[in-house]
Write a protein that binds this ligand. Structure first.
Ligand code: EPZ
Length: 418
């Protein structure tokens, strides 16, 4: 079990390359199953989640190679069952459902379990697919879709927390092969959904409105193989943005797309960050401590839930009292107990973390729980007095490509210990 050992104190300076988006690459890899032809996907980050997705694709029958950030895949024939031993390890494998149904006309899929950020239901996925003609029933932890005859329909996909990212992806992918027009109301607008729609259109799909709450998909008879370059990872960029702010440094996020981070940039500027951007990336610096924040996470274009833990780390050492409310996953606060071990003064009122900024944190052994919580603990370690050991670092390797190397490149004292 690896751990990251961080010695706090360095102000980060310099340039960091932002990798391709994990949350864009995952559904795009699933979408390659929609065609028997070869697809080439570039700028794919080398992450354990990506490698796991590729394992599933191979188990389903695809021939896949992954070298130097490029995935080449061809799924001449695929099977329609995705077993529990694969699904339970990665919730995102749910996005195979749409392509398998569209390609095979049937699917057997294990219900993904929960994870440390809370319950991960798939009721909206199943509702949307049922509306298209892929009715399902659950039994013994499996979802069975015996026969799907896909016909386009107007579908409302909103849930109690608003839109669903992978739910929108699944319905959109299935709808590319339905007869007639599908309209998804209350669709997710995330840049990763837009990137998937652009990929599907290159394959010959007819999708308009992606990036808005209303997406229209005209079904087509077949989709063909294409080449595509994945968008940059906005959450990795946001995480490195916080690494510059928390150490009062000055960092250039090369390849980051500021148009995917409008809300995050606006909120950070309102706290006193200096942020500028151009076609090449985003420059982030802070010459003094920031001011506190009152924040609510929402679906895009709101403030992303995947940046909530990182903001808790930043606001734990920002003077004043900050309130950070989690509207997407109300239980996504496993990082608070670990930040408290480092001296943070924070209490949880329902789904709101109240953070009283302290003068400094102290290094301590801490436990990572989910992908973004572990990033938050590394960020806290960058400014804590002494040494912080972040255990169970496999969580962080799921979503951050070579994070210790990238942080060392900016001047951080961080080592990976086997
Ligand atoms: C995607 O997960 C991301 N994962 C998550 O990132 C991200 O936190 C999440 O979107 C929200 O932005 C990938 O893209 C691979 P949702 P997804 O369906 O699609 C409820 C990370 O750190 N809901 O948009 O699974 C759900 O409980 C990961 O990279 C239903 O009620 O999330 C939640 O409250 C973590 N029924 C809300 O919707 C459903 O059928 C948003 O979930 C589906 C979702």
């Amino acid at each position: 079990m690896d751990k990251l050992v961080v010695k706090g104190g360095a102000r980060l300076n310099g340039r960091v390359e932002i990798s391709g988006s994990k949350n864009s690459a995952l559904p795009i890899l699933a979408a390659t199953l929609l065609t028997p032809e070869t697809c080439v996907i570039r700028n794919v980050p080398d992450l354990s989640d990506i490698r796991f997705m590729i394992e599933i694709m191979k188990r389903l029958g695809a021939k896949v190679t992954f070298e130097n950030g490029t995935v080449t895949t061809s799924a001449e024939t695929i099977i329609s069952e995705v077993p529990y031993d694969l699904v339970r390890k990665m919730r995102a494998s749910i996005c195979f459902l749409g392509p398998i149904i569209a390609r095979c006309g049937t699917a057997t899929f294990s219900e993904p379990g929960g994870c440390s950020i809370g319950d991960r239901p798939i009721d909206l996925h199943l509702k949307g697919l049922a509306e298209l003609g892929a009715a399902s029933h659950s039994e013994g932890g499996n979802v069975y879709i015996p026969k799907a005859n896909l016909v386009g329909k107007e579908i409302f996909l909103g849930g109690k927390s608003g839109s669903t990212v992978l739910g929108t992806d699944n319905v959109m992918m299935a709808a590319t092969r339905a007869k007639g027009l599908t309209i998804i109301e209350s669709a997710a607008c995330e840049p990763e959904v837009r990137d998937l729609a652009n990929f599907l259109n290159k394959m010959g799909a007819k999708i308009v409105g992606h990036g808005t709450r209303r997406i229209e998909i005209e079904g087509v008879d077949a989709l063909h193989g294409v080449e595509h370059t994945v968008i940059p990872d906005r959450i990795e960029a946001g995480t490195f943005m916080v690494s510059a702010l928390i150490t009062q440094g000055d960092v250039f996020l090369a390849g980051a797309d500021a148009s995917h981070l409008v809300n995050v940039i606006d909120r950070m500027k309102s706290c006193g960050a200096q942020i500028t951007s151009d076609a090449k990336g985003i420059q982030v610096s802070a010459t003094r401590k920031l001011s506190s924040i009152d924040l609510v996470t929402e679906t895009y274009p709101g403030f992303p839930t995947d940046m909530q833990a990182q903001l808790c780390a930043l606001m734990s050492v920002t003077p004043g009292i900050s309130a950070i409310t989690e509207k997407i996953y109300p239980n996504r606060f496993m990082h608070l107990a670990e930040l408290r071990r480092m001296g943070a003064r924070v209490e949880l009122e329902g789904a709101t973390a109240i953070l009283h900024g302290v003068d400094h944190l102290s290094g301590a052994p801490v436990m990572a729980s989910d992908l973004r919580a572990s990033a938050a603990l590394v960020l806290a370690g960058l400014i804590a007095r002494g040494t912080t050991e972040v255990n169970r670092v496999y969580h962080i390797d799921r979503g951050y490509e070579h994070i210790d190397q990238k942080l060392r490149g900016l001047g951080a004292e961080i080592e990976r210990v086997r």
